[in-house]
Structures are given as structure tokens and as C-alpha cells.
Design a protein around this ligand. Structure first.
Ligand code: ATP
Ligand code: MG
Length: 227
């Protein structure tokens, strides 16, 4: 059984009077230690699928399990705990907290996890160093470039050693050198710590890096290649 199991997922959104069938019937199994990319045209359902896998959104039908936990059987607070301890998110829009500095943004998850203050600061600084942001600990998001904000978002997603990282277009808005550096970093974490990564992307470079390429079109998986 994979670390992520989706079976017969359907998700319909209501846009005014129109029903949008974002996911029509998606089944997907991702093994632990996977490095997989979801690719497909705009509106094909990539973000919807990532949000469902991360427990941020619920499917209308079908089942999802992550690390052996079946979502339908869980309460909202159990789901929140699973997310907190197992899943790191990197959103398309970074979602950094504007009033917090880089290091405070990274510390935030550990604060929720009850990690003690000095340890939080040490780990946050070490991970910011890893992503090439040494010396920028105390800058707020607005004082960082897009690529640097993206790296803070990556640091925040990985700082508490999640078993899965879900990354929605992680290289969007980055120049190819920064994007490449970021992918290298993620691949290293994948290889050394066996963290499972699932990306959504339009970026050829991400597709090349991925060891598995899942193509989504119009709410369905139309191709799935293991390289
Ligand atoms: N909260 C929502 N309310 C209504 N419709 C939504 C919502 N979220 C997504 N949709 C619709 O569902 C479909 C799939 O959207 P989704 O964001 O999953 O696509 P995507 O593959 O991530 O696209 P992109 O590559 O542009 O990010 C789209 O038609 C979108 O308009
Ligand atoms: Mg999207």
C-alpha cells in the first residue's frame, strides 16, 4: 500500500449555477519515497487533487488515505493533527505570514507542534541556511525576492520532517537557476530522508526531475509513467 492512496475520487464545485467537475474519477497510489509530478493544463484538477490529498478539501465521493490513515474515518481535529505532523505544504502563492520574519515563519509550525523555543530557533536557522538564506533570518516576506520567499516556504514545509511534501507549482515565478536549485534541494531530501514529494507543475524542468509523471486532463488521469 502506498503512503498516499486515492480511490475513485470525485469532486464537483458549484460556480454560480454551473457545476464544475474538477475531479471525475481519480485513483492514484504513491509509494513512500516517491518523487512524483502531476502535470496537465490549467484547470485540469491538479490543485484540487493536492488539496484533497493534504486534507484541506474533501472529495464528494471516494476515499483518501495518507500514511495508513483513512480520512473519512477521521474527525477534523485528527485530520489537523495528521497534517501538522506528517504533511508539509508549499503553496503556489507561498502563503507566508507577512508580519513575521523569515525565521518566525519557519518556526511557526514547530510552535504549533510544541517544540521548545531555543530548539525552534536553532532548527529554523539551520534549515534557512540549507535553502541558501543565511543572514536573511529577520527579513519579512515583503523584504525578500519572490525566489527567496519561495525558499522560506520550502524551509517551512520541510522543517519538521514531514513524511510527505505537497508542492503546488513550486517553481512557478522562479528563474530557472533558482528553480533548479530548489529541485536539487528537494531531491536531496527525498534521497537522504525518504521524504515523499508530490508536485503539481507546468514546468518541464520539474517533469524531468520527477521519477513519476502523472498526467491529468479534464479531471481524469490520462497517463502515468514511472521513469
Ligand atoms: N473553490 C473552487 N470553487 C469553484 N471552482 C473551483 C474551485 N477550485 C477549483 N475550481 C475549478 O475546478 C477546476 C480545477 O481547478 P484546479 O485549481 O484544481 O486546476 P489546476 O489544474 O490546479 O489549474 P492550474 O494549472 O491553473 O493551477 C477548474 O475549472 C476551477 O475553476
Ligand atoms: Mg493549480
Amino acid at each position: 500500500m502506498g503512503i498516499v492512496e486515492c480511490k475513485d475520487i470525485k469532486k464537483t464545485y458549484q460556480q454560480g449555477k454551473i457545476e464544475v467537475h474538477a475531479l471525475k474519477d481519480v485513483s492514484l497510489s504513491i509509494d513512500k519515497g516517491g518523487f512524483a509530478a502531476l502535470a496537465g493544463p490549467s484547470g485540469s484538477g491538479k490543485t484540487t487533487l493536492l488539496n484533497i490529498i493534504g486534507g484541506l478539501d474533501q472529495p464528494d465521493s471516494g476515499s483518501v488515505s495518507v500514511a495508513g490513515n483513512t480520512f473519512e474515518k477521521m474527525t477534523q481535529s485528527q485530520l489537523a493533527l495528521l497534517r501538522l505532523h506528517n504533511v508539509g505544504f508549499i503553496f503556489q502563492s507561498y502563503n507566508l505570514i507577512p508580519v513575521l520574519s523569515a525565521v518566525e515563519n519557519v518556526e511557526f509550525v514547530m510552535l504549533l507542534q510544541g517544540v521548545q523555543a531555543t530548539q525552534r530557533r536553532e532548527r529554523a536557522m539551520a534549515i534557512l541556511d540549507d535553502v541558501g538564506l543565511e543572514g536573511k533570518y529577520h527579513r519579512r516576506p515583503a523584504e525578500l525576492s519572490g525566489g527567496q520567499q519561495q525558499r522560506v516556504a520550502v524551509a517551512r514545509a520541510i522543517v519538521s520532517n514531514p513524511s510527505i511534501v505537497l508542492a503546488d507549482e513550486p517553481t512557478a515565478n522562479l528563474d530557472s537557476k533558482t528553480g533548479n536549485g530548489l529541485l536539487e534541494m528537494m531531491r536531496k531530501m527525498n534521497e537522504e530522508k525518504k521524504v515523499t514529494f508530490i508536485f503539481s507543475t507546468h514546468d518541464k524542468m520539474v517533469m524531468d526531475y520527477a521519477r513519476r509523471l502523472v498526467l491529468i486532463r479534464d479531471g481524469r488521469i490520462v497517463d502515468d509513467k514511472i521513469k
